[in-house]
Design a protein around this ligand. Structure first.
Ligand code: PAF
Length: 325
């Protein structure tokens, strides 16, 4: 049995007291939707996985902020660590991302997820670095559909003259002005008052967003236009990741993949049940949409996007097929 002499024992105690408590880091992740939503599901999976893998050395604090541009600016200057945001305002920071905001570019969820998980998606994530941001992983908002308080929209002509809130996104605004609508860009935080006061007649968002935010209370008509896939992305401040050890960065990436899975699973589940739920809440839903007519009406905008965006990349995305598919 070891016998400690008194000075040695005191020395050991002093060293113990002087040792820093095991450092705990807190990461703040903001997103624009309620916790009970597809972004909330992703953020919760990120939190639970990272805290478990690091034995709570890294804690994740999830906060809500429904101004996506503001969140990206905060990540860039480092006042928050990470955000899960739609690509709505991202093109204003990383212009190449505008390519994936083009209407009717993706055929379905499998196409969108496949492209974003391929080297095409990784190539776009790499473009965040020179802008002082880390594009960690693609997440998902979903296919966007049109709602309004005026009339059933069955054909492109029904959209003419309608004031439609869009995200602060040049590609979406150009598409709506080509249809003859009056696109009105604003942050999501301003949407409900703008609909209530009649500043805008309509808006467009994926089913999970319409459901989670009770937009049926301010909108009567829903048309399943699926006019554009709305990607989301987990973006972090480079310093947040650089301060981590290599092992913790690997844990963070595993947590990000768990977040992506949970987020997409929730989008799929909400898509399956959401339309019936919105009908139950009183919305009139137009399900038969002449997609070809909307695409034809958008032809001038498509021609412009081929020139002003990356035409070759747009073709690669359209032509993408799963390996062996
Ligand atoms: O419409 C928007 O601004 C976005 O779709 C939202 C609701 C903030 C989710 O990213």
């Amino acid at each position: 049995m070891p016998v400690f002499r008194r000075p040695a024992l005191l020395g050991a105690l002093a060293a113990l007291l002087a040792a820093p408590a095991m450092a705990q880091t807190q990461i703040t992740v903001q997103h624009a939707l309620p916790l009970n939503s597809h972004y909330g599901a992703g953020a919760t999976a990120l939190k639970e996985t990272l805290e478990r893998l690091t034995n709570n050395r890294i804690r994740v604090n999830i906060q809500r902020n429904d101004n996506e541009r503001e969140m990206i600016e905060s990540v860039q200057i480092g006042t928050i660590d990470c955000t899960i945001t739609s690509t709505g305002p991202v093109g204003n920071f990383v212009p190449a991302v505008r390519n994936v905001d083009v209407p009717f570019l993706f055929r379905d969820y499998a196409h969108a997820r496949g492209v974003l998980d391929s080297e095409i998606g990784q190539g776009l994530l790499n473009q965040f670095t020179p802008r002082g941001l880390v594009g960690v992983i693609w997440m998902e908002n979903g296919f966007r559909h049109l709602t309004n308080s005026r009339r059933e929209v069955n054909a492109p002509a029904d959209v003419r003259g309608m004031k439609v809130r869009t995200m602060e996104n040049q590609v979406h605004m150009r598409a709506f002005s080509t249809l003859g609508a009056l696109p009105t860009p604003m942050a999501f935080s301003e949407l409900v008052p703008a609909l209530q006061q009649g500043t805008v007649d309509g808006q467009e968002n994926p089913i999970p967003v319409i459901v989670a935010n009770n937009l049926n209370q301010v909108q009567r008509f829903l048309t399943l236009t699926a006019h554009v896939y709305s990607p989301a992305v987990l973006i972090c401040n480079p310093g947040t990741l650089n301060r981590m050890s290599a092992a913790d960065r690997a844990h963070f990436m595993e947590a990000a993949r768990a977040a992506q899975r949970a987020n997409r699973e929730r989008v799929s589940a909400d898509e399956a049940s959401g339309v019936d739920e919105l009908r139950r809440r009183g919305m009139t839903v137009v399900t038969q949409v002449d997609t070809a007519a909307f695409q034809a009406a958008l032809a001038p905008a498509f021609a412009e996007f081929e020139r002003t965006l990356d035409g070759a990349l747009l073709r690669r995305i359209r032509d993408w097929r799963p390996a062996g598919g």
